[in-house]
Write a protein that binds this ligand. Structure first.
Ligand code: ARG
Length: 457
């Protein structure tokens, strides 16, 4: 079939060039947004008398028939078409004849595609937010069950201070809650309709861009037609928010992988989210978490592809911009898949409090608390810090731990040590005493859980 733009040409496009140029095999996924955008446009053309009311209604009916037929599978995409926009217009014209040819009045594929991606990403990002909220639900459920489960907290992956498992995983809940904020924020900036910018300069017709913007759920219109069709900053912005989500999930994944190892054995993932080895019968691998960690690289790559495609492009539309879609689609698909596999993986994860407790008992994790003990009895912190360092060295030499070193040994370092020391430095006491806001104490963790639960309601 002749291209819609064939009028100016004497020869048909080379077959390979045609395939190279075509985007329908990936932009077809925006068909719903494309058709809804066209329906709003046709309604506006009718309302403004640019086409007759009757034609406008015919076009809208025709488009809604195409939408139904694509949804139900009665109509399938013609991959010989250049892109989804051409395909819809072609089917409309096949069905309606000349009336169908009126749809593209006062519009261009440039504003059409800029509109479609915005609408598509709005739908997808809202779905992503719902998935993140579900993951937050899974995290708070585990945190609630383990708000008093003691584990070692780490810095430099060295045992540092006792914390609770609930407190630890709520850190990820906070990160993910900010991720939702980032997505919502980027969507606010994106939510202005470029439709009616036309090819780049606007149009000679008396259009009503506010009308289409409102009908399609936008907060307003893009104020500069060249900007409206040329920029994809909203893609880059959303994709950087997606990349940050992946960064968070990859850190969580890394810990899940470590915790599942025999060296830690803090948790065990459910069989339904782990895999075995083809040769080593004993293995239970955290493949899902590893894949999420791996796919983070892919989402970072998509962001860089997008930024690089846009870099140095002159205004206004350039075909380079067709390269935006595969990157942004891959990015949102990957993040959605990762978030949705994470929720049940967290929900079904088994926690081993005894192993966490045992790990917390080693490693002189309560050393800071002994220093604080001396400080409370009047010693300056730096002096207390030094003494406790020497006591730790003694324990290492004697192959014992702080809780078991006899009082007379302690008193060789300072007369301030008394019988009350052992109660003060028990793991339970160390956690319970951390009453500062946001700390690992029970009330603080409960407050964090309430905050997140309020957010996802
Ligand atoms: N398939 C094109 C894209 O994704 C649609 C816009 C085409 N515009 C043009 N002037 N050739 O960017």
């Amino acid at each position: 079939m002749d291209k819609m733009w064939a009028g100016r040409f004497q020869k048909a496009l080379d077959k390979e060039a045609d395939d190279f140029n075509s985007s329908i095999h990936f932009d077809c996924r925006m068909y719903r947004q494309d058709i809804k955008g066209s329906m709003a446009h046709a309604a506006m053309l009718g309302a403004k008398g640019i086409i007759s009311k009757e034609d406008s209604e015919k076009i809208i009916d025709g488009l809604s028939g195409i939408l139904e037929d694509l949804d139900s599978g009665r109509l399938s995409f013609d991959y010989g078409c250049e892109d989804i926009h051409m395909f819809v217009e072609q089917v409309l014209t096949e069905r309606l004849g000349d009336v169908g040819k009126k749809l593209h009045t006062a519009r261009s594929r440039n504003d059409q595609v800029a509109l479609d991606i915005r609408m598509y990403l709005r739908d997808e990002t809202n779905e992503l937010i719902a998935l993140i909220k579900d993951l937050l639900g899974a995290i708070t459920e585990q945190a609630k069950a383990h708000k008093s489960t003691i584990m070692p907290g780490y810095t430099h992956l060295q045992r540092a201070q006792p914390i609770t498992f609930g407190h630890h995983i709520m850190a990820y809940a906070m990160m993910l809650s900010r991720d939702i904020g980032r997505l919502e924020d980027a969507m606010k900036r994106m939510n202005y309709s470029p439709l009616g910018s036309c090819a780049l300069a606007g149009t000679t017709y008396d259009t009503d861009r506010e009308m289409t913007a409102k009908a399609l759920g936008f907060d307003g219109i893009t104020l500069n037609s060249i900007d409206g069709v040329s920029d994809r900053d909203f893609c880059a912005e959303l994709m950087s928010a997606y990349a940050v989500i992946m960064m968070h999930l990859s850190r969580f994944s890394e810990e899940i992988i470590l915790w599942s190892s025999w060296e830690f054995k803090f948790i065990e993932l459910d069989d339904s989210y782990t895999t075995g080895s083809s040769i080593m019968p004993q293995k239970k691998n955290s493949d899902m978490a590893e894949l999420v960690r791996g796919k983070t690289g892919r989402v970072y790559g998509d962001l860089f592809a997008m930024l690089t495609v846009l870099k140095g492009l002159p205004l206004a539309y350039n075909k380079d911009m067709q390269e935006d879609k595969e990157a942004v689609f891959d990015s949102i698909d990957t993040v959605k898949k990762c978030v949705s596999i994470f929720s049940p993986m967290i929900r079904t994860m088994k926690v081993f409090p005894e192993n966490m407790y045992k790990a917390a008992q080693g490693g002189f994790i309560n050393a800071t608390d002994i220093a604080d003990y001396l400080v409370k009895k009047g010693m300056p912190f730096r002096s207390a810090y030094k003494i406790v360092g020497q006591i730790v060295a003694l324990c290492i030499e004697k192959k014992t731990v702080l809780d078991e070193l006899p009082l007379d040994e302690y008193r060789k370092f300072s007369e301030l040590f008394g019988e009350d020391l052992y109660d003060e430095i028990s793991l339970e006491a160390c956690v319970a005493k951390r009453i500062s806001a946001g700390g690992t104490g029970l009330a603080s963790v409960e407050k964090q859980i309430d905050y997140i639960n309020g957010l996802i309601k």
